[in-house]
Write a protein that binds this ligand. Sequence first.
Ligand SMILES: NC(=O)c1ccc[n+]([C@@H]2O[C@H](COP(=O)([O-])OP(=O)(O)OC[C@H]3O[C@@H](n4cnc5c(N)ncnc54)[C@H](OP(=O)(O)O)[C@@H]3O)[C@@H](O)[C@H]2O)c1
Length: 332
Amino acid sequence: MRGWQAPRYGGPEVLRLCDLPDPHPGSGEVVVGVRAIGLNFADCMARQGVYPRVPAAPFVPGMEVVGEVVAVGEGVADPRPGARVVAVPIFGGHAEKVRVPARYTFQLPPTVDWQTGAALAVTGLTANHALFTLGRIRVGERVAITAAAGGVGTMAIQMAVNAGARVLAVASTPEKQVLATDLGAHDAVGYAGYGEALAGGVDVVMDAVGGRLFRPGWRALRPDGRYILYGFATAVGARSIHRLRAGLEILRMGRLSPLPMVSHCRTLAGFNLSLVPHLAGELRERFASILALVTVGELKPVIGAVLPFAELPKAHALLQSRRTTGKVVVEL
Ligand SMILES: NC(=O)c1ccc[n+]([C@@H]2O[C@H](COP(=O)([O-])OP(=O)(O)OC[C@H]3O[C@@H](n4cnc5c(N)ncnc54)[C@H](OP(=O)(O)O)[C@@H]3O)[C@@H](O)[C@H]2O)c1
C-alpha cells in the first residue's frame, strides 16, 4: 500500500509518499481500507513531533479516516468485514490502509457520504466533550469559542446554538467571522476585539488557542464559569513550532492560584481525547447521537477544502498556515 510517511519530524515538506507493507490486524483490531482522510490540526503537531505519544520517525501520521473494514483480528465481532466506518487510529491514517483498535471505530450509515463522514468524529466529539461534558452549557448561557471558523469551531458553534447558548465567536479574519455568524454565532470578533467583546462576562470559554487569549477569557468568567482548554495553537508557526513564542505565550497565561478559583467559583478543565482510551465506549455512544443530528439536518459539518491524496502535504500546509475554514478532507 502507499502511505505518506514523515521520515523525520518537520514541516509539510518532509512528508514522502512511500510503498509500505500492508497492515495486518492484531487481536481486537481491524484494518480499514481508507476512502477519505479527515485532516486534524493534531496531524500537523504530530508531523512536527510535538503531539503526545507521537511515534519515533519515520512514521505515518493520520488521526482520522473513513473507509471499509477489510480485515478483522481475533475477538472482533463488531465491526464486521465490509462495514463502513469512521476510524480514529490517532497515527497511521495518512495511508491507503490503516490498522486500528475496533473500539476506535464508529459505524457510518450508507446515507452519510465519505466526505461528510470524514468531517464528523474528531470535530464532533471534541466539541461535544468541551461543551456538554466539561462545559455543562445551559440554555441562555454565553459561550466564547476561539478558532471558531475551524473544524472543531464550526461544529461547536452549531452545537452551542442548538443547545440555546449565546455564542461569541473569535476568528482571525473577517471572512472567518462571517462564516461563524452564518452558522448562528450571535457575535463574531477578531483576536484584537476579543477583550472588549468579553465585557459583560461569559459562562463558558472553549479555547484551543491559549497563550495571551487565556487571561481575558478567564477573568471574564461569571460565577460558576467554566474555561475549557483543549489546545495550544498559538505556539504554531506557518511551517514549524515556535518554541520561543510557545514559552512566552505560556508565561502570558499567568499563574493560577486556587483560592481565587474558589471565591470566584470558576472551573478550569483541560482535555485531549486521544489520551482517554477508557472513554471509547462512551464516545461511541456520543458519536451515534452526533450522527443522528447530522441525519436530520440539525448539524451540518462544514467542509472547507477537499484535496486529492497526492496533495496531502499541501493540505497540511494550508491547515497549519490558518488558510482553511471548517474541515479539510483528503480523498483517496
Ligand atoms: N484536545 C483534544 O482532544 C482536541 C481534539 C481536536 C482538536 N483539538 C485542538 O482544537 C483546535 C482545532 O483543531 P482543528 O483540527 O479543528 O483545526 P482548525 O481549527 O481547523 O485549525 C486551527 C485554527 O487554529 C487557529 N489558530 C490560532 N493560532 C494559530 C496559529 N498560531 N497557527 C495556526 N492556527 C492557529 C486558526 O484559526 P484563526 O485563524 O481563526 O485563529 C486555525 O484555523 C486545535 O488547536 C487542535 O489542536 C484538540
